[in-house]
Design a protein around this ligand. Structure first.
Ligand code: FES
Length: 134
C-alpha cells in the first residue's frame, strides 16, 4: 500500500486547481454546471458575470435549489444570485446570504486562456459515468 501519496480524486482535504476549459467558450454562457466526481451534491456552478468568473456550490444550501438557474442582480456593487426556489440571495464572491446561510464558493483563475477552479474533486462539464447503484 502506498503511503504518503495523495489521492487526487475525492480527497476533500487537498483541493487542487481543476482545468475546466477555454475562457472564450465558458464566457459565452452566464452559468455552466460543472459535475463533481464526488456526486451531484458536490456539483459546482461556474458563473460568468461582468467579465469575471465565479464558482460556487450548485445546490442551494437552503433546500438544494439549482443556483445555475437563478437570476443574477447587482446591488451596491455586490453581485448576487437568487435561488429560483425560494429567492434566497447569495453573494457570488463570498457565498454569503442575507438570510445568514452560507454557500460554499471556490477560487477561480485564468491561465493561458483557460479557466481553473480550485476544488477537492475532479470537475467536468460532462456528467461522470454512473458506476454506483443504490
Ligand atoms: S432551495 Fe434555495 S432558497 Fe430554498
Amino acid at each position: 500500500m502506498a503511503s504518503g501519496s495523495e489521492n487526487e480524486d475525492g480527497n476533500r482535504e487537498g483541493a487542487s486547481w481543476r482545468l475546466i476549459g477555454p475562457a472564450s467558450e465558458l464566457s459565452k454562457k452566464r452559468c455552466r454546471l460543472m459535475h463533481s466526481s464526488l456526486g451531484h451534491d458536490s456539483d459546482v456552478c461556474l458563473f460568468y458575470v461582468k467579465g469575471e468568473f465565479f464558482a460556487m456550490d450548485a445546490r442551494c444550501s437552503h433546500s438544494g435549489g439549482p443556483l445555475c438557474e437563478g437570476d443574477i442582480e447587482e446591488a451596491d456593487g455586490v453581485l448576487q444570485v437568487f435561488c429560483p426556489w425560494h429567492d434566497y440571495d447569495f453573494d457570488l464572491r463570498t457565498g454569503k446570504s442575507g438570510t445568514s446561510l452560507q454557500q460554499q464558493v471556490y477560487e477561480v483563475k485564468q491561465e493561458d486562456g483557460n479557466v481553473y477552479v480550485k476544488h477537492a474533486s475532479r470537475l467536468s462539464l460532462q456528467p461522470f459515468p454512473v458506476d454506483q447503484k443504490s
